[in-house]
Ligand binder design. Sequence first.
Ligand SMILES: NC(=O)c1ccc[n+]([C@@H]2O[C@H](COP(=O)([O-])OP(=O)(O)OC[C@H]3O[C@@H](n4cnc5c(N)ncnc54)[C@H](O)[C@@H]3O)[C@@H](O)[C@H]2O)c1
Length: 343
Amino acid sequence: MFSRTALRTTARVARAAGGPSKVARAAFTASSKLRVEVISEKAVKNVTYSDGEAQRSTLIVGESSNVNRVVPLSKEVYKSMTPSMQKMTIMDKVVIVTGGARGLGNYMARACIEAGAKTMIIFDANPELGVQAAAELHEATGSKIPVEFFAIDVRDAKAIEDAVAVVTEKYGAPDVLINSAGIADSNIPAEKYDHDMWRRLIDINLTGSFLMSQAVGKAMKAANKPGSIVLVASMSGSIVNYPQEQSCYNASKAGVIQFGKSLAAEWSKYNIRVNCISPGYMDTALNNVPALDKQKAIWKSLTPQNRLGAVDDLNGLAVFLASDASAFMTGSNVLIDGGYTLY
Ligand SMILES: NC(=O)c1ccc[n+]([C@@H]2O[C@H](COP(=O)([O-])OP(=O)(O)OC[C@H]3O[C@@H](n4cnc5c(N)ncnc54)[C@H](O)[C@@H]3O)[C@@H](O)[C@H]2O)c1
């Protein structure tokens, strides 16, 4: 269970996130006591959570799993690594993960800390889950790594810019963006697709990828920093899923892949790399819908590995794409699907 302070923090951040272009933020660091303050003219609220107030918790937000410990990569261990292994880390990098309150984003955030990230910034539209996830992640690292949560809807350009400015001021420009925020609609025939639902999904999955990349890319460029942007697309951007009809989701992810390639070509001159991860069916809350149970059996039967991906199955690829080990990779779209697209 979380402390009362953490729960009060959740409520405050949730309330503060209510207004347009206000950015609510919770920081879990090894500094002193809880405080809520306006730290810029942009009405960015800063909530700091102290080491002493943190309590042990086994809660893994959004998923049930045995993974309740995150081991940050220490300087000593880093120094003892071979040069090739060092390249596979993201030692001392500032990392932003969108959609990091739960699911794949949350687990990629964990992996980034274990691979050396010096601070973890989570952007998510769900303030309750986000504050809990940040508190839990900070505690899971033994309170060694600062974890900050910003209540951000990836459709809100102003809120994103304000939050990236706050991150840059405090930690330096981000080195890595992992954009995992996304939603899915399925089993909706195109002829019945509601227009507002269509626009909402495109706004979150595609326009959100653009707005996040633009704000973070601008900060990287201004700081003259090499950067890595990892966009979570989907195999649905390359194939048509069966049997469920989901034209909008598929179109949104195809858009993310082509956007990623275009951005990679444009921003190579700034030393900013852009790559996509395209997962197959993953066993996350996104798919935990009773209506999908029968279809899941079909999905598995069409997957050579005969299973859905685990919630941490993207971790290694995300770290690799974020790290210098993939220095010559940009504009790639990497399928990670248990072999689904082979058939
Ligand atoms: N689960 C799968 O089978 C699967 C397969 C392929 C691709 N993907 C993609 O992976 C990504 C993560 O999926 P997941 O399974 O972890 O989903 P999830 O629903 O468990 O997590 C998504 C997170 O994104 C956040 N989010 C949603 N809308 C947002 C918005 N407008 N602004 C900010 N945050 C928002 C949610 O609050 C949530 O924390 C998505 O982009 C999804 O399309 C998932």
